[in-house]
Write a protein that binds this ligand. Structure first.
Ligand code: GDP
Ligand code: MG
Length: 179
């Protein structure tokens, strides 16, 4: 919970960092929204984007504890974030999704290596971990991992939780040859 009358403190920013590092789910509430004018509201929106923009998996609510507005929708987001953190992602669904993602957009080659994504399963909850199995997965770029992450998020409607995507290459002496 942030305070709209105060600015975003260093402590807020450092708590935000811990949340991502530890994979906790999150809903952001900016309280005392009744107590600030339009100019200040615009400043806060810019400041939120600048300092906490990396928390883009979380829903943001402008609320007032005193005037009691925004509380219901905020609590709905809490339930949604909890459900997302503990979501069950089935192996067949994940695998189909990964194959569809690859069809739409192939992972780029790295030298002679073309990563081959074979199947995916869920490796953990809170936060959800998706483990992708295949060959030459070391060659998958961070950009491509983010693409896969956004496909998974969109398909399973995972809002309010970090999501981890891990690559696990099958050790295969021939996997290093180009396809
Ligand atoms: N205008 C306004 N003031 C609030 C709101 N919520 C808390 N306050 C006031 O903020 C003051 C400081 O409390 P607060 O910042 O919530 O708590 P603290 O930071 O834990 O000490 C108190 O006087 C509260 O009445 C709100 O939604 N709107
Ligand atoms: Mg305070």
């Amino acid at each position: 919970m942030l305070d709209a009358i105060d600015s975003i403190s260093d402590q807020d920013a450092s708590i935000a960092g811990f949340i991502v590092e530890t994979g906790r789910s999150l809903v952001i509430a900016c309280n005392k929204w009744d107590g600030v004018d339009e100019y200040r509201k615009d400043r806060i929106r810019i400041e939120l984007q600048r300092r906490l923009g990396f928390l883009n998996f979380a829903r943001l609510h402008f609320i007032s504890a005193v005037k009691k507005f925004g509380i219901g929708p905020m609590m709905k987001s809490v339930d949604e974030a909890h459900a997302a953190a503990f979501a069950k992602l089935s192996t067949p669904k994940l695998t189909r999704l990964i194959h569809e993602a690859v069809e739409k957009q192939q992972p780029p080659r790295k030298g002679i290596f073309r990563p081959k994504l074979r199947y995916a399963h869920q490796g953990g909850q809170n936060p959800p971990v998706v483990v992708i199995h295949g060959n030459a997965l070391d060659a998958v770029s961070d950009t491509y991992k983010r693409y896969l992450e956004s496909c998974i998020r969109e398909h399973f409607k995972l809002v309010g939780t970090p999501l981890r995507v891990e690559m696990r290459s099958t050790s295969n002496p021939f996997a290093k040859e180009a396809d």
